[in-house]
Design a protein around this ligand. Structure first.
Ligand code: SDX
Length: 409
């Protein structure tokens, strides 16, 4: 049963739903903040996104993913000395224990890379036991994760295709190293293109954090039980895999591809409008943004620039633009504040880079990793942070006696 209460504060009144449980207990449901955080600021009405106060547009244009990761985790942009030390640590921890290769070979070839990544990240604790000093444990574990996630993702790609694994190189930057591990081959050396490296940096920066989204909340909840960081991050990867969350970037490309092949754009828009149809148009809508996702704006521009520079013409970009144009004029999308989100154009960029579709969400996870780590670290350092144990509103039966089976109808 739902009633309402009115809360008045500083001259403003708020009407909140009051729900009464079957035992008569009351609960007021509202957008309750799950935690305090100084990491990322979002304004869903104005389409604002800032990491540690710096607008994401400025970071995308002027920073690198490595520097943005440092900013999110440490709270400040690094000095040149700090960045050099960070680069050395990332290089020193970029290899994966050789015994982990056996795990990759044991997964069926058809395994989804997100399932492999979640399992392999969790397995890292077995290969890298806890260090004694907490400070060193956090510092080294954070760097190990940031560095090894690239190597692990590239390894799963190479092994799934039966290709030789390519090792990280000390002379390459964070993103160039990943691209080289993914695409270099003994018979066809990979040519590193500065435009592609820039596009990957921007892609990862745009995904680096997004306050208390589903997967970040999962990292905080699991981390609150004081498990090791690898286990908490593995939970975040599992949550991100979902098609309503990070899995949407793969779903977008599959939908655009289906439209390109079957020409059923209007039919899909009609299905999206139909409340009796569970279909949701991937890449549209957001829990927080009620306007254009600022990341989608940057991603859309980057898709155009990258395809032009690489002289690629991707028919799915034309389909995406047509779908966006129709949806943004549709009253259902307007009434429900449904705009493109970060996933709508990101797949076009990843295709241009050469990333296979089933690894799109892995790319999202590599981008989101510093955000997860920063949020986990902030919760561990918060003296008020306790075991996450949400309450519920009980709506079940009132007390009743046990009935022996012979008396049950
Ligand atoms: C990410 O939280 C984050 O910050 C996430 C993220 C991050 O960086 O971590 O930004 C990354 O996950 C982006 C979202 C990617 N997911 C998709 O693109 C999947 C398609 N989108 C929808 O499933 C939906 O928009 C959600 C899940 C993203 C948000 O949904 P909400 O806020 O829970 O909204 P809802 O599902 O309750 O829908 C509200 C209304 C409903 O209509 P009514 O029942 O009120 O009439 O809007 C409609 C929905 O039917 N709606 C859609 C729609 N999204 C919402 N209808 C059709 N197509 C859609 N895409």
């Amino acid at each position: 049963m739902t009633d309402h209460v009115t809360l008045t504060h500083a001259g403003k009144s708020y009407r909140l739903p009051l729900v009464i449980g079957s035992q008569g207990e009351l609960a007021i449901f509202a957008n309750t903040g799950s935690c305090k955080s100084a990491i990322t600021f979002l304004d869903g009405e104005k389409g604002i996104l800032r990491y540690r106060g710096i607008p994401v547009e400025q970071l995308a244009e002027r920073s690198t993913f490595k520097e943005t990761a440092y900013l999110l985790i440490n709270g400040e942009l690094p000095t040149q000395k700090a960045l050099t030390r960070f680069s050395v640590l990332l290089n020193d921890h970029s290899l994966v224990h050789e015994d982990m290769k056996i795990f990759y070979q044991s997964f069926p070839r058809s395994s989804h890379p997100m399932g492999i990544l979640s399992a392999m990240v969790n397995a890292l604790r077995s290969f890298y036991p806890e260090l004694q000093r907490l400070e060193e444990e956090i510092d080294i574990t954070v760097t190990r994760l940031l560095s090894k996630v690239r190597t692990m993702a590239a390894m799963s790609y190479k092994i799934s295709r039966g290709h030789t694994v390519v090792y990280p190189r000390p002379d390459l930057t964070y993103c160039a190293n990943f691209l080289n591990m993914m695409f270099d081959s003994p018979v066809r050396p990979y040519e590193i293109d500065a435009d592609v490296v820039k596009a990957l940096n921007v892609f990862l920066i745009l995904h680096a954090d997004h306050e208390q989204n589903c997967s970040t909340a999962a990292v905080r909840v699991v981390g609150s039980a004081r498990v090791n960081l690898y286990a908490a991050i593995s939970a975040g990867i599992a949550a991100l895999w979902g098609p309503l969350h990070g899995g949407a970037n793969q779903a977008v490309i599959e939908t655009l591809d289906a439209i390109a092949r079957h020409g059923n754009l209007r039919e899909l828009v009609a299905r999206a409008r139909d409340r009796s149809d569970p279909f949701r148009l991937p890449g549209f809508g957001h829990r927080i943004y009620r306007t254009y996702d600022p990341r989608a704006r940057i991603m859309k521009r980057m898709a155009h620039v990258l395809l032009e520079k690489l002289a690629i013409s991707d028919p799915l970009l034309d389909v995406a633009r047509e779908l966006e144009e129709i949806a943004l004029k549709d009253d259902y999308f307007i009434d429900h504040h449904l705009y493109p989100n970060v996933d709508f154009y990101s797949g076009i960029v990843l295709r241009a880079i050469g990333i296979p579709t089933n690894m799109f969400t892995v790319m999202f996870a590599i981008g989101r990793l510093p955000g997860w780590i920063a949020q986990w670290k902030e919760s561990m350092e918060d003296p008020e942070w306790r075991l996450c144990r949400p309450r519920q509103l009980y709506t079940g039966p009132q007390e009743r006696p046990y009935i022996p089976i012979e008396e049950r109808s």
